[in-house]
Design a protein around this ligand. Sequence first.
Ligand code: AMP
Ligand code: ZN
Ligand code: ZN
Length: 402
Amino acid sequence: MRKILILIASCFAFATSSALARPLTVLISIDGFRADYLGRGVTPTMSAMAAGGASAAMRPSFPSKTFPNHYALITGLRPDRNGIVDNNMEDPAIPGVSFRMSNHDAVVDRRWWDQGEPLWVTAEKAGIRSATMFWPGSEAAVHGVRPSLWLPFDQSKSAESRVDQVLAWADLPSEQRPQFITLYFDDVDTMGHTYGPESAEVNAAATRVDAAIGRLEAGLKARNLEANIVVVADHGMAAVSEDRELFIEDHVPAGTFRTLATGAFMTLVPLPGQEAVVDKALVGSHDHLTCWRRGQFPARFHYGQNPRVAPIFCLPQTGWTVYSRARKPNYLEKGTHGFDPAAPEMAAVFVASGPAFKAGVRLATFDNVDVYPLVARLAGIVAQPSDGSLAPVRPALKPKGR
Ligand code: AMP
Ligand code: ZN
Ligand code: ZN
C-alpha cells in the first residue's frame, strides 16, 4: 500500500513539474530575411538550428509588407481579415487619420489592431504570461490587453541588448517568467533596402543577427532553460533599379488621384468626381503593371474585402517599382518588397528548433498564417480560429510535440 502511495505521489510530482517545465516559446522575426539567405553560409547558428530542427521557405501574405505580415504571423489571419491591410492605410470608420508605421499615435491606437487577436492577448487572457521584445501591434492595448512585458519600439536598440532583455525576462522567478516571448530584428531589412539583396551588407547583417540568436541560445543554455525557438521573416527582398521604374502619370492624368503607398505597389484614391476617370485609365493590365479595384483581386491574394483596402491597387512585375512623378523619392533604394507573395524573391525564412522538433526536416513551402497554430501549440495557448493550419508543419513535430 505504502509503495503504491509513493508511486502515485511521485507520478503526481512528475506531472506537476513537467507542466511547470514546459519549454519557453520564443518567436523571432528577422525583418526581410529572404528564404535563400539561409543557404549563403553566413548564418552558422541558423544553419545549425535547421540541421537540428525544421526549415522551409515561407510564403508571405499579400501585401508582402512588414506590418501586415507581422500581424498575420501573430494572429493567424491574413491582412484582409486582421485589419492591417498595409503599412499605410485609411479607414472610413476612423476619419481624418492615416495609419503609418511612423505615426506613433496610430501605432498605439487599438482601433487599427482590434480586428485580430495577437497570440500574446490570447495568452494573457488565459493567464499565460507573455513578453514582446518588439513586434508590430505590441504597443497597443489590443482588445484592451497588452503583453505582461513589452517595450516601446526603438530601432536604435542593438540586437545584443534586445537578446539580453529576453534573457533578463527569462531570469525572472518562474511565476513571473513569460511563457511566450517575441523578438524582432530590423537590420537585415534595412540593409536589403539600402544595398540590395545580393549585397555584402545584407550578408553582414544576416551574420550579425545570427550571432544575436546564438547569444540567445547560449544564454538560455547557461540558465538550463529549454526553449522552442521559431525564426521567421515577414517577407523577402527583390532587387530594384532605376531602369525598371514606372510612373503612374503615364497611365492616368495628374490631379485625378492621391496615393497612399508607392514603390513595390501603388495604392490610389481617386479625387472626388474622378472615380470613373481613374478606374477606366488604370483597372486592368499594362506593361509591367496590373491594377485592380478593391474587391476584385485574384482569389489567391485573399485580399480586398476590407474597407481599409484602397479603391485602386497597382502591382508591378516583381523587381519593377511604381511612383507618382509628384511623389518620387529622391533617395533610390536598391531593394524592396511588397510584390506578389508567390515570387521567389518574396519568400521568407522559417527555421525552428527545440525539444518539440524532429531534426533535419525540410518542409514544403507553406503560408505564413500557418505559423500561428504552431506557435500557439508550442506555448500551450489555445489558438483562436484562424486562416492557418498546423498540417503543413506537423511533419516537423515530434509525435508528442511539447
Ligand atoms: P518595411 O519597409 O515594410 O520592411 O518596414 C520595416 C521597418 O518597419 C523597420 O525598419 C522599422 O523601422 C519599422 N518597424 C518595425 N517594427 C516596428 C514597430 N513595432 N513600430 C514601429 N515601426 C516598426
Ligand atoms: Zn519587413
Ligand atoms: Zn522593408
